[in-house]
Design a protein around this ligand. Sequence first.
Ligand SMILES: NC(=O)c1ccc[n+]([C@@H]2O[C@H](COP(=O)([O-])OP(=O)(O)OC[C@H]3O[C@@H](n4cnc5c(N)ncnc54)[C@H](OP(=O)(O)O)[C@@H]3O)[C@@H](O)[C@H]2O)c1
Length: 280
Amino acid sequence: MEYVEFYNGNRMPIVGLGTFRVENDEQAKEAVQVAIENGYRSIDTAMIYGNEEKVGEGIKAGLESTGLKRSDLFITSKLWLEDYGRENVAEAYQTSLNKLDLDYLDLYLMHWPGMDEDVMIETWKGMEDLLKDNKVKNIGVSNFKSHHFEALLSHASIKPVIDQVEFHPYLIQEDLRTYLNAQRIQMESWSPLMNAQILDDEVVKSIAEEVGKSPAQVIIRWNIQHDVVVIPKSVTPSRIKENLEVFDFELSDSQMTQLDNLNEDKRVGPDPDNYSGHHK
Ligand SMILES: NC(=O)c1ccc[n+]([C@@H]2O[C@H](COP(=O)([O-])OP(=O)(O)OC[C@H]3O[C@@H](n4cnc5c(N)ncnc54)[C@H](OP(=O)(O)O)[C@@H]3O)[C@@H](O)[C@H]2O)c1
């Protein structure tokens, strides 16, 4: 496994398992367990996914069958918009911990910026409180654009370590990546496979043939070579394995450029500027 290092010196695995749209049932538990058994060290969930209990059971089962320690893993969950407000953060965090049956998270994210800048800033102060109280290892955000950071950073005493945003070859987020690099805020991609849609792209398929890998592996590798943390979701054991077999090949500069050139600024998820949380 390869790791990225945050500006605060802490590390995070560059590939992890996503769990959005995974029901809170045995499938969630098994996917997480299979992932840990096959070398994953990072799991991404969120309160709003409704699956923290079964994800937690999968973590426990994975630790038992591998003999790993909790500290070998990197677990992320996210604060939902309904729990925004400085005074609500600690309780929401504790609720997620209880569901996951964990003592701490490695990373807690504000899930979206929301539509109210003051609430966003106050909520971040609640996130800072958690870190100052040593309840969480790292705090970050999700779906923030550079203008959200501009508003936040003038009031923040602790900078987010990471921004988890939609990122794939149809949405290459060049300006945001430049901004985050300059700020030393790590970028993390969600829906890296464009919810499987990108796997049918002809350019992606032809590069996959050239390198003798699957389209999904090509896209995950493209994320890694852009220094972006990537969390492909799968509940299929063979795919969970496949998605981690991405450290034994490299894309050439020309293959990277061909993928970058697919950009259409096309989203599969909501635009953060007008998302108030009415659907996930
Ligand atoms: N912060 C946010 O607002 C936000 C928003 C969306 C997602 N996320 C996070 O990002 C994670 C990933 O995004 P996502 O779940 O939207 O979509 P994704 O990872 O882009 O795509 C998942 C889909 O691709 C399929 N798949 C996975 N590996 C494959 C492979 N090797 N070959 C063929 N098909 C494959 C999966 O099928 P099977 O599962 O059936 O195998 C599933 O249908 C989420 O799970 C979540 O943790 C965060």
